[in-house]
Design a protein around this ligand. Structure first.
Ligand code: PNW
Length: 542
């Protein structure tokens, strides 16, 4: 559904019903407390969104290089061909990260602090080293230009240099293996829909573990696997529709499980074994892109619809790994019933074999969560002739008009949703260890005095703190998306998520800290919230 159709149906729905919306925005009081010791603080980017250098030093094209070379695809014809040019300017990125992680223990300053109680000096006197992390992704076609086979040494060297520079800055790498930039050569052979993709991915992962494994404590797999599927076209970021659109009604549920291919291949466990072989310090995880869904009314049917939305978005991936070892029962039921009504002789949702269930279950060390926003959801049966992931859910989701917007139409500021989500994940999936692997907010200005982003980070991070301290959820890290303004997929350079502004009009592409970068750095240094931090002292009563 395009944006205008969405609005029209939303307006229609609001005028036809007198629904009580349960998601009205309220300011919440902050919890002034600290995160557990050792809490991981990180900021993130992905290869195609920042690296540029798309065709130099032996790099092969990715599907995004191909996609953006077609006219009319990306806003204003933008491409990632140069982006933040991090292939050459990675030291600038490391410097930006370093400034989020100030040198601790300046003794002289400590004395001064006692005298003047100056907040900016307190920053340098935190007394403990808050180790910062950087989540970046490896570009598969940069290290393997054809996806498999010949290794591109300059590409490998680039990541070695980046990791070495991070090490010097005392910043730990968190490496995503796949953030949507499939080698075009593999796409030409069917991409994620070719059963061999599991072998291709294994070859690539093996190379990464061998080359970079010793220096990487956190290894992340496929970012937001649901976005590999064609339904990603309906959300803002959107990967190329490519040939998937022809066959996706059959494969949509399958294509997002490349490593869990129904053929008797055991690539996921093989990957795990590789992972463990190459380093005992690493963790293998899954990244899940998940919104929070509030029921649109107090009717049971709408509460069920909101739960269904969560299960289709999050349970789809979390339940096989952290839950029963299978798809959520509501997905099996809905898709099974619909498939029968639609004349399919079996459910469009593939079934795991007993063996696969065992292999998949508990195959990740922690659950990575990419979370940005919430929606309100009501029950709404779909047209049975419409065969799609959305229609299978029989619901309609929308935003409450009281929620603050951002620079992205799909992103409304709903910090309380994150706490609900964390509690829900804890309750449904056996209290897994969780790391927020992405969370952040866009604007279209990219201005340095970015108060909206400060508000976003303050209240979202505070909700993580409440989930940990009040609800007892096991969250061990938080990652801010993004380190700097970058190529925001189909939105080009218009939607800016950066803690650092990038001046794209200057050939040097300078990175400049926004106010939100300073604010986040303060929270990181304090490992939590104090009343006398800048921007935190609001007397909000319940
Ligand atoms: C993520 N949604 O995409 C991606 O991992 C990043 O590469 C991207 O830059 C960032 O978020 C901001 O868009 C998402 O509709 C896109 O809920 C859309 C949604 C979630 C994540």
């Amino acid at each position: 559904m395009n944006v205008s159709t969405k609005w029209i149906s939303w307006l229609l729905m609001m005028s036809l019903s007198n629904r009580v919306t349960l998601g009205i925005y309220v300011d919440e009081p902050l919890l002034y407390d600290t995160f557990p010791p050792g809490f991981v603080w990180s900021s993130a980017t992905s290869a195609h969104q920042i690296e540029g250098a798309w065709n130099v030093d032996g790099k092969g094209p990715s599907i995004w290089d191909t996609y953006t070379s077609q006219p009319g695809i990306v806003a204003e014809g933008a491409t990632g061909q140069t982006a933040c040019n991090s292939y050459y300017f990675y030291q600038k990125d490391v410097d930006a990260l370093k400034s989020l992680n100030a040198e601790p223990l300046v003794v002289v300053a400590f004395v001064v602090v006692l005298i003047y109680d100056d907040v900016s000096l307190v920053v340098y006197c935190a007394g403990t080293i808050q180790v910062s992390h950087y989540r970046f992704s490896i570009s598969w076609p940069r290290v393997l230009p054809n996806g498999i086979g010949q290794v591109n040494q300059p590409g490998v060297d680039y990541y070695k240099n980046l990791i070495a520079a991070l090490k010097v800055a005392n910043i730990q790498p968190m490496v995503t293996l796949y953030h949507w930039d499939l080698p075009q050569a593999l796409e030409d052979m069917g991409g994620w829909l070719n059963a061999s993709v599991a072998d291709w991915f294994e070859e690539y992962a093996r190379l990464c573990f061998t080359q970079f494994g010793d220096d990487v404590r956190y290894g992340l797999g496929v970012s937001a696997p649901d976005f590999l599927s064609p339904f990603n076209i309906v959300v803002a970021a959107a990967a190329p529709p490519s040939p998937y659109s022809q066959i996706w009604t059959w494969n949509v549920y399958l294509s997002s499980w490349p490593q869990f291919d129904p053929s008797p291949r055991q690539s996921l466990p093989t990957l795990r074994i590789n992972f463990q072989t190459y380093s005992t310090r690493k963790s293998w995880n899954r990244l899940l892109n998940i919104n929070w869904f509030f029921p649109g009314s107090d009717q049971i049917a709408d509460a069920d619809a909101a739960e269904r939305a969560l299960q289709f978005m999050g349970g789809w991936f979390a339940n096989p790994i952290f839950g029963s070892g299978d798809y959520p029962s509501i997905m099996k039921l809905k898709i099974g019933e619909k498939s029968a009504q639609q004349g399919f002789n079996q459910s469009r949702l593939p079934e795991f074999t007993a063996e696969q269930k065992l292999l998949v279950k508990s195959s990740a060390d922690f659950l990575g969560i990419n979370h940005y926003t919430s929606l309100l959801t009501v029950n709404r049966p779909s047209d049975i002739n419409d065969i799609s992931y959305e229609s299978d859910q029989d619901l309609y989701s929308y935003y409450d008009p009281s929620w603050y917007g951002s620079g992205s139409p799909w992103l409304k500021i709903t910090p309380f949703g994150l706490r609900n989500l964390l509690v829900w994940l804890r309750d449904k999936f056996n209290d897994p260890e969780m790391i927020i692997t992405e969370n952040g907010c866009s604007d279209t200005a990219g201005n340095l005095d970015d108060m909206l982003r400060i508000y976003y980070y303050k209240h979202y991070i505070n909700n993580v703190l409440k989930a940990i301290k009040i609800d007892g959820v096991n969250v061990t890290g938080y990652t801010a998306w993004a380190l700097m303004d970058n190529f925001e997929w189909r939105a080009g350079y218009n939607e800016k998520f950066g803690l650092f502004n990038v001046d794209f009009s200057s050939p040097d592409l300078p990175r400049t800290a926004k106010a939100s970068a300073r604010y986040l750095a303060q929270i990181i240094r304090d490992n939590g919230f104090r009343t006398n931090q800048p921007c935190n002292n609001y007397p909000i009563s319940k």
